[in-house]
Design a protein around this ligand. Structure first.
Ligand code: CDP
Length: 509
């Protein structure tokens, strides 16, 4: 295919019309470096899409006019590099295309207040509003199916993700890890401004961040004061240095698992940013939802793919119910229940394939807990305060070090409220009953009456959602997935995609 340069919206539309393919979009301000090259490489992985790179220096995002005047402009070289890297078209719009003289055509965007009031946003007033306005305009012109952004500008990435979600724009966002030169310095167009000594300062700054990360990995602690002291000793001019929650950018607390140590420094006349991500324990994925939504199967497959522990908390409530029945415990009697609970041990063992055996006090109950009898009492057992406290403690112990995918009714809301990813998986009642019927029949439970089963599930939904303690609810920050019409693999892929795009790439195991 011929390589093409598009300068107007009209040309772009005509080109799109002749090709009729989805677009993978890499927005840029030109002066391309290896970071951009990597973005293009990532974009090209979606083989069925065409890759469009845009080069547009957005005047709105420069609060300093001198910075805009000086911003490196290397269009001829950029075009060469972009085509060599394999883009299908380069969109180099005239300024009037992005900002038509008819001002009504421009929809100025405001960046999320919470995300933009800190870090760079605090020091570059209006910067992120400018970024959002132009990115929104570019998305509307290019109409890509996927947009590729670098994690070097993590705050910008979060802000754009938030805008896309808020405005319900149908575009996926994929990001790549910060690309670094051999001396550890992140690639940036502004690096071109640096004299040798300035570059050395930047190198020392990045090295300090990575040194801190190394210390953190051993001690799980950092001291901002110490870092600032060390930087000052090296005569590095700090604009800001902050340790924040990596997802909401609020100041970090001891509760937060994934944080970012981020800063901006002034080297010569140039302002540069860098950061590292810090993680105390491995990530946790919480998957909640009602019966028959496909949670178990999906959770198992995700755990296998990520090599995480799979935790079926429902099996724990079921195992406990089975044992209460077997031992004929009167669980209405709290004293009897408490003494029973103090002697309980529930263990999971991985058996062949994706099967997991459930063992309660040396009884293998894997198949015994899926009966109608257990299903009919499990919700009332699960509504007892002492039972929940006991099992929630056990579940937290299993998840202490993270690296776990847990499924249940209260995982995101109660057991692991700090989980990095929370999914609420559901499906219509008919679909859920249909799936459960197939599952039970496959397990050899004989022919199952559909209406009866549906009533049973409805009753359990009602009990689970209306109990006093930890009812089944969608956690505020959970992402809802309605699985009707999707295969298990599609749901798994979707969740993995969300997970991979949530956790900073620097932390991927
Ligand atoms: O497999 P199914 O969807 O039927 O349910 P399960 O995951 O085996 O869980 C059985 C029952 O345990 C649920 O209906 C809830 O009453 C209870 N449960 C709970 O209360 N909290 C959890 N985290 C997991 C299960």
């Amino acid at each position: 295919m011929t390589k093409i340069i598009l300068k107007t919206v009209k040309e772009l539309n005509e080109w799109k019309l002749t090709n009729q393919k989805d677009i993978s979009f890499v927005p840029s301000m030109g002066n391309l470096h290896l970071g951009h090259k990597e973005l293009i490489r990532e974009a090209k992985k979606l083989k069925e899409n065409l890759v469009v790179l845009s080069i547009f220096i957005n005047p709105l995002q420069f609060n300093d006019k001198e910075d805009l005047r000086k911003y490196p402009k290397t269009i001829t070289k950029d075009i060469e590099l972009a085509f060599a890297a394999g883009v299908d078209a380069i969109f180099v719009p005239y300024e009037e295309e992005i900002f038509p003289t008819d001002k009504k055509k421009i929809k100025y965007q405001k960046a999320s207040e919470n995300l933009s009031k800190t870090l760079c946003g605090m020091h570059r007033k209006g910067h992120f509003d400018g970024v959002c306005t132009v990115v929104y305009r570019l998305i509307n012109i290019v109409k890509p199916s996927v947009i590729f952004l670098g994690e070097k500008d993590w705050q910008q990435l979060l802000i754009i993700k938030e805008m896309v979600e808020k405005l319900k724009i149908k575009v996926a966002i994929k990001s790549i890890n910060t690309q670094r030169d051999i001396d550890g310095v992140p690639f940036s167009s502004r690096n071109n401004h640096l004299l040798k000594n300035d570059r050395e300062q930047l190198r020392l700054f990045s090295a300090e961040l990575f040194h801190t990360k190394q210390i953190f990995n051993q001690t799980k602690n950092i001291s901002l004061k110490q870092i600032i002291k060390r930087l000052k000793e090296k005569e590095i001019k700090i604009e800001y240095l902050e340790h924040v929650n990596a997802f909401n950018l609020k100041r970090s607390t001891s509760q937060v698992n994934i944080t970012m140590l981020a800063g901006a420094i002034i080297c010569g006349d140039t302002r540069l940013i860098d950061h590292v991500f810090l993680m105390k324990r491995n990530p946790i994925i919480a998957i909640d939802g009602p019966a028959g939504s496909g949670k178990s199967t999906v959770t198992k497959l995700i755990a296998k793919k990520l090599k995480f522990i799979f935790l079926d908390t429902g099996a724990m409530y079921r195992a406990l119910s089975w044992y209460l029945l077997k031992e004929k415990i009167n669980y209405e009697n709290r004293k009897e229940l408490n003494s029973f609970l103090s002697n309980i041990s529930i263990k999971f063992k991985s058996a062949s394939g994706s099967k997991q055996t459930v063992i309660i006090n040396n009884h293998d109950v894997t198949d015994k807990i899926r009966t109608k009898e257990i299903s009919s009492i499990v919700s009332s057992v699960a509504s007892i305060k002492e039972v929940r406290e006991f099992l929630v403690t056990e579940q937290r112990k299993i998840g202490e070090e993270g690296g776990i995918v847990a499924e249940g009714r209260d995982i995101g809301s109660k057991v692991f409220p700090n989980a990095e990813l929370k999914i609420f998986l559901t499906a219509s009642m008919n679909e859920r009953a249909k799936r459960r019927k197939n599952q039970l029949e496959e397990m050899g439970h004989g022919l199952i009456d559909f209406e009866n089963l549906k009533n049973e599930i409805q009753q359990r939904d009602f009990d689970d959602s209306n109990r006093k303690i930890s009812p089944l609810v969608k956690a505020e920050d959970a992402i809802e997935i309605i699985s009707d019409g999707y295969t298990i693999n599609q749901v798994v892929e979707k969740i993995l995609e969300i997970y991979l795009e949530t956790i900073p790439k620097e932390l991927h195991l």
